[in-house]
Design a protein. Structure first.
Length: 126
């Protein structure tokens, strides 16, 4: 048995369609990082397309960030669940630098390879 890595497309679909506002369950490391890449690419594209107008870029960026807030938070919480941490640990990011570093380290950790209190291992293949 091994954990299948999700594709870029699957990660974005899961975050935006299947689990838009879902804070329960688990999310694999690949799902989290592919979605992070998607949000980075989206931000870069908005910056390039609206470089001619700072006001338009600010408005569009604000709307996109507002639309992506809940799926991003939900995915971050589910990623913490995957390493057997409570979703409340997301608030450690309020501690500058130290909290951010700790969260990045946790987001990079391998999944816990057995079921935990938050659910079964995501993407498990026999």
């Amino acid at each position: 048995m091994y954990q299948r890595q999700v594709t870029f497309k699957e990660a974005v679909e899961r975050a935006l369609m299947l689990n838009y506002c879902n804070f329960s369950g688990r999310a694999s490391r690949s799902e989290f990082w592919w979605y992070s890449l998607f949000t980075f690419i989206l931000s870069a594209a908005i910056s390039i397309v609206f470089c001619w107008s700072q006001n338009a870029m600010n408005i569009i960026t604000g709307l996109v960030n507002l639309a992506l807030l809940l799926p991003s938070l939900g995915l971050a919480v589910r990623r913490l669940h995957d390493i057997d941490k409570s979703g409340w640990w997301i608030f450690i990011s309020l501690i500058p630098v130290v909290g951010w570093i700790l969260l990045i380290v946790w987001y990079c950790k391998d999944s816990q390879m057995e079921a935990n209190e938050y659910g079964p291992v995501p993407n498990m293949v026999e």
